[in-house]
Design a protein around this ligand. Structure first.
Ligand code: ADP
Ligand code: GLC
Length: 487
């Protein structure tokens, strides 16, 4: 089947978080199953020139705010997946993907991503055959299913095309004032409880939830959580109304990029059978982070994260005193909300040589922390899937996580023999500290720790299994056009 992904980020072209990893890797796993997969993403300033072929096709974007003109460039074919970059400099050639350098959302985000969805649809319409499925991701591309069911409802070209929406994070819904509707080619009639209205605002994600043929999210537990008021961010009722077309599918890991046996971004490679390289990675990491005489017996706790309320760093603030009494290094890499950057900066200034910090986005250092740390900490308030704990397992870096969403689904509590990490349930400093203490006690017992590391390193979270579940969903939606029917 021909499947087209519409997304706002995709490695290697653009990335702010795990969405980019998923949109980079899942299409390859689908192509492996025999699907014809294409990915369309905006071309941002951060998109490196790479193998871009200019001016493949020009489309007029029928936006009511004023027509836009986009060039659809070919980004090349990787492992059977064809990438297209939607270039419209007035909308996408900016410092950030969604925000200014100062962290303020661009005021025209609704128009920017409406234009991206419309440009993609217009581009697809110029092809000889329609896609079987258009697979959208998060609020940025949630308008595509709305347009297909409204603006293009009578267009025979898309009659056989189904839409799937994957929710990667319900905490970001794309909320805009009501006067945005006439700018994004949508009828005022959609501003109702059965449409995109949401507490007096326009909610783009709600549009995606209501108008897609099927909805997925990125773990089984998160699929249940988002149907509750606690995690539903006001959309739990709408999601419950679509429960029979909603499924949780755990993300996979791209082991071509995240594997200590082959990773060229880390100082030494290692495998479960030959772990010496991990000690080299630990030493080099500590040196790089400014520790002059690293004590290699002391455990390193790693953090790599967007600094956002979702990630649970208030627990670190609450636990600081006890945390800093522990005989560990903490290595943190991240950027985001000012309050967390300032919390981490204060910790680094107060505990030099112990709390090691880099503020910013640094893919190489992210890999080096995965490899050089002993423990990886993710105390998330909520976590739809989470990828770093899955990468950590492969790197023999033991996850200590809060049991929520995909963290709960991917990590099993270590019981001395089986299990891959340590989990805590309550959202409290006490619960976090207890789990960390348990991890540190185990770290002190080398045979148990080695076993725990090995358990994690042997786990296989490659994309193949999840891709098959997506493929089954496409097949159910697409009837006869499924891969199975064609083969
Ligand atoms: P989320 O998508 O909520 O940010 P995930 O765990 O799914 O969380 O994915 C985060 C991805 O972004 C991982 O690939 C992680 O390595 C990467 N990442 C997060 N922050 C940084 C950073 N400051 N520098 C480099 N990579 C980062
Ligand atoms: C989101 C979530 C994260 C998930 C990622 C990819 O950004 O916060 O948990 O792993 O999307 O699906």
């Amino acid at each position: 089947m021909r499947i087209v992904f519409l997304a706002s980020e995709c490695v290697p072209y653009s990335k702010t978080g795990g969405l980019a990893d998923v949109v980079g890797a899942l299409p390859e796993a689908l192509a492996e199953l025999g699907h014809e997969v294409e990915v369309l993403v905006p071309r941002y300033r951060m998109t490196k020139p790479g193998p871009v072929v200019a001016g493949a096709s020009n489309v007029t974007v029928p936006l009511s705010a004023g027509y836009k003109f986009a060039a659809i460039q070919q980004g090349g074919v990787t492992k059977g997946v064809r990438h297209y970059l939607v270039e419209c400099p007035e909308l996408f050639d900016r410092d950030g993907l969604y925000q200014t350098r100062e962290g303020k959302d661009y005021p025209d985000n609704a128009v920017r991503f409406a234009a991206f969805s419309l440009a993609s649809i217009e581009f697809l319409k110029r092809r000889d055959t329609p896609p079987g499925v258009i697979h959208c991701h998060d609020w940025q591309t949630s308008l595509a299913p709305v347009y297909l069911k409204k603006l293009y409802a009578r267009d025979p070209f898309f009659r056989e095309t189904s839409t799937v929406l994957t929710i990667h994070n319900l905490g970001y819904q794309g909320l805009f004032p009501p006067d945005v509707l006439p700018q994004i080619s949508l009828d005022a009639g959609l501003f109702s409880i059965d449409g995109v209205e949401f507490f007096g605002q326009v909610n783009l994600l709600k549009g995606g939830v209501l108008f897609s043929d099927f909805i997925t999210t990125v773990s089984h537990t998160y699929a249940s959580e988002i149907q509750t008021p606690e995690f539903g961010y006001g959309l739990d009722g709408v999601l419950r109304s679509r429960a029979s077309q909603l499924r949780g599918i755990l993300n996979g890991a791209d082991y071509d990029a995240w594997n200590p046996a082959t990773d060229n971004l880390i100082p030494a490679r290692y495998t479960p059978q030959k772990l010496d390289g991990k000690q080299v990675c630990k030493k080099e990491l500590l040196l790089k982070m400014g520790v002059t005489a690293p004590v290699l017996e002391r455990p390193v706790i790693g953090i790599v994260s967007r600094f956002a309320a979702q990630k649970g760093f208030d627990l670190i603030a609450l636990a600081t005193e006890d945390l800093m009494k522990m005989d560990t290094y903490i290595t943190a890499l991240g950027a985001g909300e000012a309050q967390y950057e300032s919390l981490f900066r204060t910790l680094a200034a107060t505990y030099p040589g112990k709390f090691l910090l880099k503020i910013g986005y640094d893919n190489e250092l992210a890999h080096q922390i995965e490899a050089g740390a002993d423990i990886f900490l993710m105390p998330s308030r909520y976590e739809p899937c989470g990828l770093n704990q899955i990468y950590s397992l492969k790197y023999g870096t033991v996850p200590v996580v809060r049991a929520t969403g995909g963290l709960d689904d991917s990590i099993e509590e270590f019981d001395g023999a089986s299990g891959t990490g340590f989990k805590f349930t309550g959202y409290s400093a006490g619960a976090l500290l207890d789990a960390l203490r348990k991890a540190l006690r185990t770290y002190a017992q080398r045979p148990a720790w080695m076993r725990l590391m090995q358990n994690g390193m042997k786990k296989d979270f490659s994309w193949a299994a999840s891709a098959r579940v997506y493929s089954d969903i496409y097949a159910e939606l697409g009837g006869n056009s499924s891969v199975a029917a064609r083969n």
